[in-house]
Write a protein of this length. Structure first.
Length: 428
């Protein structure tokens, strides 16, 4: 019983430490998504030129999705005409180059890990693009597109299909500060939390259990921590293997990264571990459904290679600059709740979260939660990107979040798809 209490205590301490950062990150992400239309994204991702890949990474970072939704959205972009390499770059950025991930890394592990994450992410995308250019054959890509067009469901299809951006005229500030803008931010905020919650809770509980029950000596032996050069060589290879086996993805793998770093994995190994969130076994199975077994194997090999090489690059760069923190200083947060800046920030941001949840509940949000699983839309169906929330100072209802596959539940004043059960509902 004491061991269980210790594990839960560690998980609770980590949760309390990062609560305000998660709320801040998801709020900022919701603000960006409220004014950026996904149809715009598709139009700009038609090739694999460096400029296009940079745009892919930028749009992906702004979308800030859970790993399952990111994978589903990347497939949707590919089916609508986006270049496959650009879609994969978008997928990587939407889980690994996001604000909330950077803030949590800084809080739990140090700013050096945040800097390494945002340095290595573009390196991983460049490496992946080179691997695709050299090894991806047109025949394999053609088969992947044929398989993709079958529309087999993966996970979080409904969430990925919903475009909740604000329509209408006016600039960024006008649309965002409108009543429809507030509603859009609230809906995106809650939906992102609902998508990530399972992995986040699993990651915290697993990290708490491993931190409490697995002795540091085991990890030091496993990561060859007593042999510095060997540890640096094997870390970026072992990190992705551990990620694949843990079944935890997206932000949920950060608490476990803390445990691994404390246990002796190399700096580059930590970064490679975090980048491998898109290679966990359930997602590999989704790749098989989306693109076929051969493409799934190709993605496993290329993503693994890109994550490992990005880990090596970060190790060399940050090591050469003397920016790698002392591993002896690594520790798990065990202080619990106290009257410090973390508590005050948590109170402030929890009040913000309550306001957004109340808005979500008062504007038909519960029905959207029921559609998060959903089904992928047909190829080229603009319902996938939807019409967004009605603009013009908040007048108008929800636009068509999706006109196909069971997502047409929010066709409102400005929508153009098949009427859903909330047709004509005006946003307060």
């Amino acid at each position: 019983m004491d061991a269980i209490v210790h594990a839960l205590s560690l998980a609770g301490s980590m949760t309390w430490e990062v609560t305000w950062a998660l709320i801040l990150g998801f709020t900022l992400s919701a603000v960006v998504q409220a004014v950026v239309r996904r149809s715009t994204v598709v139009r700009l991702l038609g090739d694999d030129r460096p400029r296009t890949l940079a745009l892919s990474a930028g749009f992906g970072a702004a979308s800030s999705s859970c790993s399952y939704a990111a994978v589903a959205l990347a497939r949707s972009l590919f089916r609508k005409g986006a270049d496959f390499t650009a879609a994969m770059a978008f997928e990587i950025a939407s889980t690994n180059l996001v604000v909330e991930l950077g803030v949590i890394l800084a809080l739990l592990m140090g700013w050096q890990f945040t800097a390494a994450e945002f340095t290595g992410g573009p390196i991983m995308i460049v490496v992946l693009a080179v691997l695709f250019r050299v090894f991806l054959r047109e025949r394999l890509l053609r088969r992947a597109r044929e398989q993709s067009d079958k529309g087999l469901a993966g996970s979080m299809e409904g969430h990925a299909a919903m475009d909740m951006s604000v329509g209408g005229e006016g600039g960024f500030a006008r649309r965002l500060l409108s009543r429809a803008g507030f509603t859009s931010v609230a809906h995106i905020f809650v939906m992102e939390w609902a998508a990530i919650l399972r992995d986040l809770v699993a990651g915290l509980l697993i990290a708490g259990a491993i931190g409490a029950w697995v002795p540091d000596d085991f990890w030091r032996s496993f990561f060859l921590a007593d042999h510095p050069l060997a540890a640096k060589l094997v870390g970026p290879l072992i990190g992705p293997v551990v990620a694949i086996a843990t079944f935890v993805c997206s932000i949920g793998n950060v608490p476990l990264a803390v445990v691994l770093w404390k246990g002796g994995i190399s700096f580059g190994g930590v970064i490679a571990f975090i980048y491998a969130d898109l290679l966990i076994l359930p997602i590999l199975n989704i790749y098989r459904k989306y693109y076929g077994a051969r493409m799934a194997a190709f993605l496993l090999a290329t993503f693994f290679t890109a994550a490992a090489l990005a880990g090596y690059a970060v190790e060399l760069l940050f090591g050469g600059l003397g920016l790698i923190p002392d591993q002896a200083d690594a520790k798990l947060p065990e202080e619990g709740i106290g009257w410090n800046y973390t508590t005050w920030l948590n109170i402030a941001f929890l009040l913000l979260a309550v306001a957004l949840v109340v808005r979500f509940l008062r504007t038909g949000g519960v029905g959207m939660l029921r559609m998060m699983g959903g089904a992928p839309s047909a190829e080229g169906d603009e319902g996938d990107v939807g019409q967004g929330h009605g603009g013009h100072g908040g007048h108008g209802g929800h636009g068509q979040h999706s006109g196909h596959g069971g997502h047409g539940a929010h066709t409102g004043h400005n929508g153009h798809g098949a009427p859903g059960p909330h047709e004509g509902r005006q946003l307060p």
